[in-house]
Write a protein that binds this ligand. Sequence first.
Ligand code: 5GP
Length: 188
Amino acid sequence: MHRGCGEKLHADVQEIMLGEDQIARKVKELGERISGDYRGKEILMVGILKGAVIFLADLVRHVTVPVALDFMAVSSYGKASESSGVVQILKDLDQNIEGRHVIVVEDIVDTGLTLKYMLDNLATRKPASLKTCTLLDKPSRRKTDVVPDYNGFVIPDEFVVGYGLDYGEKYRNLRHIAVIKPEVYVKE
Ligand code: 5GP
């Protein structure tokens, strides 16, 4: 971890875990890998609302094969930063995925419960292929056997915000991935 890097720190941020440039380079690399792996095919990228929106927006601009977008919203965490294990679909896809090459795009895989549920659910809809792309992976907390097909960074077991990830709906607009100060949690 490092501090600063010339990026202006939000007052609630304790430490920057991943800087803006580091994220941008990784997202470009992921987009290029996906483009190579899916050459000659069309992809449907399914973003998981709301955390994956910023990652997906940047990722898709590095994808050079034809790509359509759709979104799902699921509830996993409430305000507390612990997984409840209960996953509920709040918004389903608009499109039929049968026979299509689907990549589920998620901000972070932690216990893996959300992604496992999504994959099991989407698999029943008979896509031609089904893969996952996550920006962050916290393998130390895994409760399922889910392993993302594409992943940006493996991170330690810390609650992070920024680049789409929130705490109580805040900090999604930070340009980096950061750890917030412990006193921010007790204020809630
Ligand atoms: P899982 O079901 O894998 O435990 O959790 C997946 C979801 O939990 C993510 O999509 C994200 O919404 C939330 N989550 C897990 N870890 C973190 C974290 O460190 N920070 C934030 N902001 N959300 C997290």
